[in-house]
Design a binder for this molecule. Sequence first.
Ligand code: UDX
Ligand code: UDX
Ligand code: ADP
Length: 469
Amino acid sequence: MTTQVKKICCLGAGYVGGPTCAVIAYKCHDIDVTIVDLNEARIDAWNSDLLPIYEPGLDKIVFERRGKNLFFTTQVEQAVIEADLIFVSVNTPTKKSGLGAGFAADLAYVESATRKIANVAKSSKIVVEKSTVPCRTAESMRTILEANSNENIRFDILSNPEFLAEGTAITDLLSPDRVLIGGLQTPDGIRAQQALVEVYAHWVPTDRIITTNLWSSELSKLAANALLAQRISSINALSAICEATGADIDEVAYACGRDTRIGPKFLKASVGFGGSCFQKDILNLVYLSEQLNLPEVAAYWKQVVDLNDYQKKRFVSHIIKTLFNTITNKKIAVLGFAFKKDTGDTRESAAITLCKDFIQENAKVRIYDPKVSTEQIFFDLSAPGVDDHESLNKRVTIAKSAYEASEDADAIVITTEWDEFKELDYTKIYEKMHKPAFIFDGRLILDAEKLRNIGFRVHTIGKDFINRC
Ligand code: UDX
Ligand code: UDX
Ligand code: ADP
């Protein structure tokens, strides 16, 4: 008989756990969903009018179900005790020190969450690994849980990686391309898998719910992100060739993407991919390959990240070269700080690397982003080893609009593809800038011809850099 899930607990109220479980509550009124976090401020925000995450459509869903079958609390133990199914959706940053530093995922939070479940559970649970983790993490979780189970309590482990992208999380969750659920292929494992299938089947067509073994599920998450990021690095590598030859990267991407075997998505050249997943997951894959004694495989995937770093450096060098080989004391307006549009998240954002480089070159950086807070920008730019706060304050200011940021600027650098940057009154902006006025479009969103007619010198990634220099 299938276990019917009545109460779900989610450990971790972050970018993944929060939206995912809010959507489950929205679609499954017969299930109580409690999202817990150790971070009290974060939980308070989830319980307030101003949610801790900006994500289009999220407010509506949370406000509609909160207090009915959706709850946010720091009472971890109580929520674990009551739940039949527990999502583990805690952070898994790249390790900063020790074995695998810079590559491997730090599993301390996953382990501590697992131990918490083992210690407080008074009845059987299905434990679902939701955080992106290296292959075979479920095995470690299982070992910890089994060592703590007895004849009255059993734990079944599932892997259910999340494929949502930030900025489109709610639509991704409401109509996913697929839901992936990995489990042990034993009668108990299959029964647990089926219980979770039934939760998603409330709104996801069953032919989109894929069930696999545990390891395939874990590896698929890393693989999917690596394949997506690899497409961006491939198109970015081609953008360098375009700049050197006069081909246009948008035209090349369009021509290639029309081949149905290739497809049009994830072929937009840019200043480099960011976000909490791509780099971290690829480095996990590199580490895994090395551990498995597959150095050629490790080198292949590592190149995707190396190319991404190269793309950012290449863009900065081009900017400096174009601004007559020095940006010392020049004003650079940086438009966009989030790693992509429609999110306030800055993790691994290309803008961070760019701004740090501009600061190192003694430029005056004026940043505007519609969703990222001043505190967050200063936090990201004052990471250890970069700058102390005092000198940072001399070099960096935050503007309230794109107009304010570009006043008296020598150059505008587009780092995030926010829609509002397409609609600005560039004639007005041009009038208030130093001349010659430069625009460097790192996102390929602006109409270069139109801007040139106003008087701007426009440089777009993957387009005629050479001819314009
Ligand atoms: C290729 C391009 O597909 C075609 O558009 C271009 O015009 C010429 O080059 P072709 O080499 O004839 O065509 O065959 P293709 O089907 O692309 O296969 C090339 C090789 O890749 C074959 O050895 C095939 O077995 C292999 N392959 C293809 C795989 O190993 N896996 C796949 O998923 C697809
Ligand atoms: C990604 C995956 O898409 C998602 O499935 C997974 O669950 C988490 O990681 P996310 O990082 O939120 O999602 O955003 P995504 O849309 O994938 O963009 C990642 C980065 O790539 C952004 O910096 C974006 O600007 C960049 N990008 C994306 C490009 O530069 N070009 C593209 O064509 C697409
Ligand atoms: P993601 O993007 O993967 O969702 P986040 O960093 O946004 O990652 O969120 C992870 C959340 O998990 C954080 O808010 C953190 O406080 C929380 N967390 C970490 N460990 C535990 C734990 N043992 N129990 C509950 N919450 C935890």
